[in-house]
Design a protein around this ligand. Structure first.
Ligand SMILES: C[S@@+](CC[C@H](N)C(=O)[O-])C[C@H]1O[C@@H](n2cnc3c(N)ncnc32)[C@H](O)[C@@H]1O
Length: 256
């Protein structure tokens, strides 16, 4: 992610989804919990939402992100005695000392960017203590992915968007049955008491400009950085209602 200050201003969609999920879902927190937040980004959702829903006497919250920029920003703004941020990629091999050291692993708006799903889910399982649980919130179908795909087929954008499937589109965007796919995957890596909910949702950005600014914060394609306005002009021509988003939200829970 880039421009983390802008992300903080425009992150209503993930923030509302995490709040709604926690309000609806009776997630059983452990007292004294040790909590890991995967893909903490700027750190604000870790602090403002996950921390405020965790038991008051939580032992520690560690936010991890594969981006050093995010870890530095979150550390600078939110580090405290019980809250720390570390650079860690959930798709890579885990350090042994982290295994079995968390009561809860949570994550919002990150697992749709995870290409190696089985490695990541297996790492979540390894990070948990026996009896520990995860709550992962991420996107399945997301209308903008469709538009990025369409643009990636145009000669003008094909080189810049050549990694659109592996760097951007959720592994569940095309899935006919994402719930069962995730349940089977979680069973394979050893999870129990698995629940996967799918919500059909919409979100309206206040303006197309807010939407394009948000996409700029999330843009993983280096080649587009200097051509952003031209790219977004083409995007909005393709989808004049760019700020009205339909999407599927996946809410995933399981225990070790
Ligand atoms: C859209 S942000 C979500 C930030 C925050 N959780 C929220 O809900 O607002 C997704 C974050 O996940 C991080 N990320 C993506 N893939 C990751 C991985 N494999 N391991 C750790 N972090 C990852 C990105 O660097 C980015 O900061």
């Amino acid at each position: 992610m880039r421009d983390l200050k802008m992300y903080q201003q425009l992150h209503a969609m993930p923030a509302e989804d995490v709040i709604e999920t926690l309000d609806e879902f009776s997630f059983h927190w452990t007292n004294d919990a040790r909590i890991l937040d995967i893909g903490c980004g700027d750190g604000s959702v870790t602090m403002d939402i996950w921390q405020s829903h965790a038991p008051k006497n939580f032992k520690k919250i560690i936010g991890i992100d594969k981006s050093q920029l995010c870890v530095d920003f979150a550390t600078q703004h939110y580090r405290s005695e019980r809250v720390q941020f570390l650079r860690l990629d959930i798709e890579e091999e885990l350090q042994k000392e982290l295994e079995g050291s968390f009561d809860h692993v949570v994550s919002s708006y990150t697992f749709h960017w995870v290409h190696l799903q089985e490695t990541a889910f297996s790492n979540v399982h390894k990070l948990l203590v026996k009896g520990g649980s995860c709550l992962l919130i991420f996107l399945g179908y997301f209308k903008p992915y469709e538009n990025y795909r369409t643009l990636s087929r145009l000669e003008k954008w094909s080189a810049d968007l050549k990694d659109v499937e592996t760097k951007f589109v959720s592994p569940y965007h095309d899935s006919q049955d994402p719930q069962n796919e995730i349940i089977e995957l979680m069973q394979r890596v050893g999870f129990k008491n698995i629940k996967v909910k799918l919500h059909q949702k919409t979100f309206d950005y206040a303006s197309v400009q807010d939407f394009t600014n948000m996409m700029k914060c999330l843009n993983p394609f280096e080649g587009l950085t200097d051509k952003w306005h031209d790219f977004m002009d083409d995007y909005v021509k393709l989808d004049p209602k760019a700020g009205n988003i339909s999407y599927q939200l996946l809410v995933v829970n399981g225990t070790k």
